[in-house]
Design a protein around this ligand. Structure first.
Ligand SMILES: [Zn+2]
Ligand SMILES: [Zn+2]
Length: 289
């Protein structure tokens, strides 16, 4: 098994999907930065609909780091409607160029592409696999609020069968308007030497981060096939493998777990760790393969 984790750097809390008044969000960049910094965030991506952000030209001083991005949406050639979050700086993004052309242009500029809220849009597994996105949102907080369709785990698992490096992200997709009030419900914790756009983007691309709706992970060490992880107190830990396969620790009544280890069966093509606290809140590593 490969380890994509080096947790010897610093952990930085961030959100990769958020909307401001530049599109359909309710708050300004400064209001968002103040709010999220108050919850311990170190960085946020600007992912307004069809707005290629340009943080370099913004001279305002913020209490956290803003990183460039954009959310594209539209129909692909099969007629499927998709939303795609692109992480990284892009230029020349206009809706009039169409969805496919814009996505291609964004990919050429080296962005990380994430399929947003596939369950909420009713995207099939084929819709997702056809595009070979770098990752998928496995938890989307605003969709959880809207109608409970927050989950992208099935899409992620399907991709791992053929592309075991596919990234998984928990996100807010915060709009912060009266009809969409949620924030700080799903986030990523990135391990990087410093909190700069290049370091954060590189760590995300490598998969050196985990996603959470609550629990924390402090260290991840993979020695051969032996996985050792330190966490905040959790009730359950599951090593999730292909199909029906899995290993598990914890019990409904038992003491919380803070240190755990699993021996990954060598025949597994991929696996990831899911932990769950006593409130049912979960966190997930990226895949090992
Ligand atoms: Zn969307
Ligand atoms: Zn969005």
């Amino acid at each position: 098994m490969n380890s994509r984790y080096d947790t010897s750097g610093f952990w930085f809390k961030g959100n990769t999907h958020i909307h401001s008044q530049e599109s359909d969000g309710g708050k300004t960049f400064l209001e968002l930065a103040d709010l999220y910094a108050s919850a311990g965030y170190d960085f946020l991506f600007r992912t307004d609909h069809w707005v290629a952000s340009d943080t370099k030209s913004d001279k305002t001083s913020y209490p956290l780091l803003w990183i460039d991005g954009i959310e594209l949406d539209g129909h692909d050639r099969t007629g499927t409607y998709l939303h795609v979050v692109c992480l990284g700086k892009v230029e020349n993004m206009v809706r009039e160029n169409g969805f496919e052309e814009s996505l291609r242009t964004a990919k050429e500029q080296g962005v990380i592409t994430i399929l947003a809220h596939p369950f909420w849009l009713g995207n099939s597994l084929d819709d997702f696999l056809r595009w070979e996105f770098d990752g998928v949102e496995i938890y989307n907080h605003v969709c959880h609020w809207v109608n409970g369709k927050s989950n992208g785990m099935v899409h992620w698992d399907a991709a791992l069968m053929t592309h075991p490096e596919t990234l998984a992200l928990a996100v807010d997709d915060a709009h912060l308007k009266p009809e969409h009030p949620g924030w700080n419900g799903g986030w990523v914790m990135v391990n990087a030497p410093e909190c700069s756009p290049d370091s954060i983007l590189e760590a995300i691309r490598k998969g050196n981060f985990y996603s959470s709706c609550g629990p924390e992970i402090f260290s991840i060490v993979l020695d051969g096939n032996n996985l050792q992880v330190e966490t905040s107190p959790v009730q359950f830990a599951r090593l999730v493998g292909p199909h029906y396969m899995g290993l598990r620790l914890g019990s409904f009544e038992g003491d919380p777990i803070e240190k755990l280890s699993f021996q990954i069966p060598p025949q597994w093509k991929y696996c990831y760790l899911e932990i769950e606290d006593n409130r049912g809140r979960r966190a997930w590593t990226n895949s090992f393969f």
